[in-house]
Design a binder for this molecule. Structure first.
Ligand SMILES: [Zn+2]
Length: 81
């Protein structure tokens, strides 16, 4: 499975190519995780640890203009200086 969404790094961030939104996105993510489930005596489960085995971002939708996967990477403020 391939993703068309670029991964932001320490120096870059997402930007919607249509409206310029930098801050608000709906991210659809699929992940494989191992959870340590601890049940109390009443049988109520609680996840105490979560280990992420793999994670894929499937799509990113802009909260402002609802464009899907119209995302580019731009430098964060102050990056590279
Ligand atoms: Zn947008």
């Amino acid at each position: 499975m391939t993703t068309t969404v670029p991964q932001p790094t320490a120096d870059t961030r997402w930007r919607c190519t249509l409206c310029g939104n930098l801050t608000r996105f709906d991210v659809t993510r699929s992940s494989r995780v191992v959870e340590y489930v601890h049940l109390d005596l009443a049988g109520e489960p609680k996840v105490e640890e979560r280990e992420v085995l793999s994670e894929t971002i499937e799509s990113v939708r802009c909260r402002w203009c609802s464009a899907v996967d119209q995302i580019e990477l731009v430098d964060r403020p102050g990056a590279g200086s």
